[in-house]
Design a protein around this ligand. Sequence first.
Ligand SMILES: Cc1cc2nc3c(=O)[nH]c(=O)nc-3n(C[C@H](O)[C@H](O)[C@H](O)COP(=O)(O)OP(=O)(O)OC[C@H]3O[C@@H](n4cnc5c(N)ncnc54)[C@H](O)[C@@H]3O)c2cc1C
Length: 308
Amino acid sequence: MPAIRNVLLWCSENEWLKNHIPRYRFIKKAVKKFMPGESASDALEAARKLKGNNIPAVFTRLGENITSLLEAYNTTGHYLKLLEDIGNAELDGEVSVKLTQIGFDLSAEETYKNLARIALKSAGMNKLVWIDMEGSGYTGATIDFYERIKKEHPNTGICIQAYLYRSAEDLERLMKIDANIRLVKGAYKESEGVVYKSKQKIDENYFNLAKVLLNRIKQNGIRGAFATHDLELVNRITGEAERMGIDRNRLEFQMLYGIRTNDQKMLAARGNRMRVLISYGESWYPWYVRRLAERPANMLFVVKNIFK
Ligand SMILES: Cc1cc2nc3c(=O)[nH]c(=O)nc-3n(C[C@H](O)[C@H](O)[C@H](O)COP(=O)(O)OP(=O)(O)OC[C@H]3O[C@@H](n4cnc5c(N)ncnc54)[C@H](O)[C@@H]3O)c2cc1C
């Protein structure tokens, strides 16, 4: 399985494939499992349905490493309009943004201005904005950026990846500024010198980082969200939270649209906070192939759609 995962992660970064694969109809059909559609209205409609099960949403428009500041500015405008639509539809929805989607490869200053606009709009609606974590080449700069923006815009949160060796130190540093944290395992192609490779080690590190977050959640210091579909980890974290006397309704899990839907409903029904991240947009290729890499069995959906 690790070999297939590596090939898929390589595919997710390949420019030729990125330009050609999305043209195939059977691939587009398979993508539907993880993405309600390419437009914001498709995502809003999916959020409306989740609301029926008491599950709020996080929205992210797919796209990364944009190459012009005009594109970054337009993406920012898109998120501002989306927040407006979320408000009008009376949905509990936040947004999650990749810094390279709003100009980080081109200008940190412009990226700051763009994210500040989204944060300001979100603050007016009493919402938090999440910053995704991208490949390890961006980790340090993303954390520096977050430290800066958190001072001026406390309604921001950052993602931390448990597969990185450095994350324990990063989390310690971030706890000093009461960072809001979304904890994930990590989705990118990384080398051995940077990340734990075995599932067991990643899971152990996830749980250790989760305990740091639980301590701060207990003190009411931060918003911490455990973003994983790993039910064993969900159970370990739930057990630890109970042991620490943290109420269920203060324990937040996040999952991706289309993955473990029944468990999402179960967690919401039993009184945990459960939020689902809904991705949409035309630039879905690298993101979708990372989802296949997480579970190569998902390739079966692609194959089935060839014959449909
Ligand atoms: C809300 C949210 C935000 C995220 N943000 C980021 C981010 O900013 N940066 C980043 O690097 N990563 C991000 N990720 C992705 C994350 O890093 C993992 O790659 C992803 O969540 C899979 O890991 P897992 O914790 O579910 O555990 P795994 O050990 O990968 O999976 C546990 C089980 O969950 C199920 N499962 C997991 N993935 C899939 C899938 N694709 N299809 C079907 N079943 C699956 C399987 O049953 C699997 O056995 C995010 C994930 C979530 C849920």
